[in-house]
Design a protein around this ligand. Sequence first.
Ligand SMILES: Nc1ncnc2c1ncn2[C@@H]1O[C@H](COP(=O)(O)OP(=O)(O)OP(=O)(O)O)[C@@H](O)[C@H]1O
Length: 236
Amino acid sequence: MTAASLTISGLTAGYSQTRILEDIDLSVPAGGRTAVLGRNGMGKTTLFASIAGQTRRHGGTIRLDNTELTALDGAARARAGLGYVPQNRAIFRSLTVEENLLSGLKDRPRSAIEEAYTLFPRLAERRQNMGGQLSGGEQQMLTTARTILGQPRLLMLDEPLEGLAPVICDALMEAFTQLAASGTMTILLVEQRLKAAFDFADTIVILERGRVAWQGTSAALQADTATIDRLLGVGH
Ligand SMILES: Nc1ncnc2c1ncn2[C@@H]1O[C@H](COP(=O)(O)OP(=O)(O)OP(=O)(O)O)[C@@H](O)[C@H]1O
């Protein structure tokens, strides 16, 4: 599997008749690492949900390489190569870690779950534990690993570090960086912690009230404290 590009043009979407995203244009090259930033409620999760086919689209197109996703339902988008790890860490609490991972294999051989254990050795230690017995960080590793076993060509991670201890955040970010470096997937990350976003991403997109308010390189944003303050500062 190789990484896929994402090209969004004129996307307007929301929930029922309510429009949350307005005229979004966004291009991520194959193998790119893009962080989506913005204050609370600006539409970051809605953007991911829209790419995954979970919102009402009012207009625009979303292409994964040359495949137009908007004509496909959520399951077909996953088959086309989309992997979505939502914010809620949805795992099967009464299944073991290993059983959770098996559910992500699709038609791959059982031995493929070793990939998950290589990426997250902590999961190997917990393989016979129930999902519900895991810490928040381990649950995040599990939900991410399960999605990765489906071999997505574009992986969307929505606030994976939320509520986790710094040492766990470092382990997760290290794993995401390894995945990006493997060349097998493009990664889109929603993250509130600026430092983590800057360390990880080559490109940054900032949303404000459902529109793209800024887009550029991670280095350019780090040097632009006025934009950081205006679009990401606390209390604005
Ligand atoms: N299921 C839904 N139905 C209706 N409105 C929704 C729904 N989910 C989110 N919204 C609204 O859409 C807007 C954008 O929310 P969204 O969760 O996409 O923002 P966000 O940038 O991800 O915020 P946060 O950082 O708090 O997660 C908000 O006004 C929110 O109230």
